[in-house]
Design a protein around this ligand. Structure first.
Ligand SMILES: *[C@@H]1O[C@H](CO)[C@@H](O)[C@H](O)[C@H]1NC(C)=O
Ligand SMILES: *[C@@H]1O[C@H](CO)[C@@H](O)[C@H](O)[C@H]1NC(C)=O
Ligand SMILES: *[C@@H]1O[C@H](CO)[C@@H](O)[C@H](O)[C@H]1NC(C)=O
Ligand SMILES: *[C@@H]1O[C@H](CO)[C@@H](O)[C@H](O)[C@H]1NC(C)=O
Ligand SMILES: [Fe+2]
Length: 476
């Protein structure tokens, strides 16, 4: 914030910051930032732009990316596309650059979408890695092979510090590029992705597949070097009967690997991982979740497995926000909120991150779990046990910003602004996490909403003891 002051920002912006500072003393202050910044028109970058460059060489691996490969962070899944022929699914890796003393064999898949034929999509699990270690890896054959590296996370530990980036609704416009570049300067070690990836479904016929490929090349600059943890959004459904395509998530499920079996999930669209000091649960807004569905059963069991003594930070990712005061997509999350909100409150979830709405919003700790069809209480009330709801759907896709918020600002909403950007969550130890929302502003990353969060389980000893007495079991 000090930097922004020094830069002599416009007066109204300074006033906004002052309001922000004042709000620290007043838990009920609400902020609707009037700042709206759209740097570039919301159009996709042309395919011949260098951000989509095809790597040189026959059948050179492209769209290289990694994600966590197991429950606890000792494995990665490395994925890439071989464009011309099947090629090898082998990954060579090791702790020294260009000296690969280990290798792993992956699997290959391909699919058609309308008349588009995908390249050969390789997914290779590399496991039994050491924590906190830099690994180099090599994929592809002969002269066309390519080399990358990644860093494994620290061992699961309640005080393991770790920085997550949070990006949603990214797409492939100049605004998307600005978000990606700013994220890459943020020191983030891993991305929590909130769904709506490429926006390839905005195209027709063969261009759908072509724009998935360009997006894969676009994010490689980050995703080949650190894991992106995936959740799916509506733009991944691709239900396009006019083109003869009726299998939901067809491109997504072929291209995106998730470690769902490690979390005893039966579907790649919902799963969980543990990383450093965080337990991260990924849900699917567009798969059945009402009582007795597979996702409902799975979440019920997963919440019982959460051990805050080992992983104090409990984070849930989904695409559709449960609380948002934006006019766009208003109340679309109500059905999932009705099913899961009481579990989230009783499990003391720290954060629920969502995308979908192309703007930024942060809630207070509130809940609306006393409401039922016959009771009169149908307004969210302050609730210290409740999660904070964060909407970070402002990655920068071609649909543009969602600039209209409900007026007046509802009292559950703490901060909202319709600009492009991303968030970072810097976990310091079991009690403290520094959270920032960073707006893309004239090519600069400007930290606009900063909050120090206290852990829902560890920050209050009294509450901890009470939980212990209840055998730490979430009431699900
Ligand atoms: C996948 O690749 C194989 C081998 O080239 C080819 O025979 C098959 O038709 C492809 N399948 C699809 C669904 O494109
Ligand atoms: C609905 O809410 C009312 C008022 O809070 C409560 O008395 C009643 O028990 C609730 N009904 C059910 C089925 O939970
Ligand atoms: C918002 O206002 C309503 C009605 O005055 C009140 O019942 C509720 O507790 C308030 N909620 C918050 C989060 O302050
Ligand atoms: C946890 O981190 C916060 C913020 O850096 C710090 O103030 C606090 O002293 C740390 N707690 C412990 C037990 O180290
Ligand atoms: Fe969406």
């Amino acid at each position: 914030m000090a930097v922004s002051f020094a830069k002599l920002v416009p007066l109204f912006q300074i006033m906004l910051y002052l309001t922000l500072l004042l709000s620290l003393n007043n838990g009920t202050a609400r902020i609707t930032s009037s700042f709206i910044r759209t740097e570039w028109p919301s159009v996709d970058i042309p395919l011949d732009n260098k951000v989509f460059d095809i790597p040189k060489g026959h059948n050179a691996p492209q769209q290289v990316r990694i994600t966590q490969g197991d429950y606890d962070g000792k494995a990665v899944i490395i994925s890439w596309v071989a464009p011309d022929e099947m090629g090898s699914s082998r990954v060579q890796y090791g702790k020294l650059e260009k000296k690969y003393d280990s290798s792993a064999e992956g699997t290959v898949t391909n699919y058609t979408f309308y008349k588009y034929k995908s390249g050969y999509i390789h997914h290779c699990l590399v496991d039994d890695l050491e924590y906190d270690t830099k690994y180099y890896y090599k994929i592809g054959d002969g002269d066309s092979s390519r080399e990358f590296w990644f860093q494994t996370p620290p061992k699961i530990h309640p005080d393991a510090p770790y920085t997550f980036g949070i990006i949603g609704d990214l797409g492939q416009t100049y605004n998307s590029l600005s978000t990606l570049k700013h994220y890459m300067q943020s020191g983030g070690q891993s991305v929590l992705f909130l769904g709506d990836l490429s926006y390839a479904d905005r195209y027709e016929y063969n261009n759908v597949g072509i724009r998935w490929d360009s997006w894969g090349r676009f994010i490689e600059q980050s995703a080949a070097y650190q894991p992106w943890i995936w959740s799916a959004g509506n733009h991944e459904i691709e239900f396009m009967p006019n083109m003869g395509e009726v299998i939901p998530f067809k491109s997504y499920l072929h291209r995106i690997a998730t470690p769902y079996t490690a979390a005893k999930s039966t579907n790649p669209l919902w799963y969980a991982i543990r990383r450093a000091s965080a337990h991260i649960i990924v849900l699917s807004s567009y798969s059945p979740y009402v009582k007795y569905t597979p996702q409902w059963w799975w979440l019920r069991e997963e919440l019982k497995k959460v051990d805050r003594e080992k992983t104090p930070w409990l984070i849930v990712l989904m695409h559709v926000p449960l609380y948002s005061s934006n006019v766009v997509h208003y109340m679309e999350g109500e059905s999932m909120r009705a099913v899961f909100e009481s579990w989230f409150v009783h499990s003391r979830v720290d954060f629920i991150f969502a995308g979908h709405v192309h703007a930024y919003e942060r809630s207070y700790r509130i809940s609306n779990i006393h409401y039922n069809v016959t009771s009169g209480d149908r307004y969210p009330v302050p609730d210290k046990s409740a999660p904070v709801y964060l909407t970070v759907g402002d990655g920068g896709n071609q649909e543009g910003l969602a600039g209209r918020f409900l007026d007046p600002q509802p009292n559950y909403s703490a901060f909202r602004e319709a600009s492009y950007g991303h968030s970072t969550l810097e976990i310091k130890n079991r009690t403290h996490a520094f959270y920032h929302w960073n707006r893309n502003d004239d090519g600069n990353k400007v930290t606009t909403d900063s909050v120090v969060f206290h852990n829902q389980y560890w920050s209050n000893n009294l509450r901890r003891r009470k939980l212990k007495k209840n055998h730490l079991k979430p009431r699900v």
